[in-house]
Ligand binder design. Sequence first.
Ligand code: NAD
Length: 256
Amino acid sequence: MTVARTEDNPIRVGVLGARGRMGAEVCRAVEAAEDMEIVAMVDTGDWMFDLADAGAEVVVDFTHPDVVLDNIRFCVDHDIRCVVGTSGFDLAKLDTVRQWLEPKPELGVLVAPNFALGAVLAMRFAQMAARYYASAEIVELHHDRKADAPSGTATHTARLITAARAEAGVDPKPDATTSEVEGARGARLGDVRVHSVRLPGLVAHQEVLFGGDGETLSIRHDSFDRKGFMPGVLLGVRSILNRPGLVVGLESLLDV
Ligand code: NAD
């Protein structure tokens, strides 16, 4: 039986990357949530074992693509569930995490490329539209301190579009480009070209463009403040307590 978590019985949460932009926002959101308490805040140079020593039940990771797999390994080894927002996950990395979880049937890890509800809905809408359009491109725009390109959200969206088209038997339509300056047509992810823009002043934005004869469809989402990710992060923390195995994408926890 699942015991409801309340102020008297809060979920014990640790944060990895606690002094980063997202991590600091997560610490504030967890502190404000009545059914959670923050038990460890860990950043570069801190003692990772604080997470285990403090009895964290769930660790939220917003660190760096180069270290996130080591962090998950540490948590799995210490029987701690994870909610991971750090980007840079390809299918091979997801498979690695899945394998680590196999001998731990009670343990769950959520990896979500985007915790903003609007972004999750936009991805779902793009997935729904994909079968009706042979041409699709993604433009993702982020602040200039982002380490990886394309974004995890763009990679995930391209994957969803490619799979939806394959399932519907729709072949991508080649364009007429025969010569290009390298990169001008973006990176190819599955069937989809992805263009990454990096500028100070931006937070996180994405536009999915579909083209057909005589029409286009644009699906756009804009994150203006990191607060917009927090309801999704808190939902992830609450849900992963009762969701064993690897869960990919916030949409797996929503009825969309
Ligand atoms: P940031 O650079 O502001 O913060 C990262 C923090 O992690 C830093 O404080 C850094 O010192 C710390 N860190 C690095 N290695 C560490 C380690 N081994 N152990 C503990 N802490 C470590 O970056 P940010 O803007 O907060 O973004 C972090 C990650 O989250 C990026 O990969 C970014 O793309 C991703 N992100 C995801 C979402 C989402 O919704 N999934 C939203 C925004 C950002």
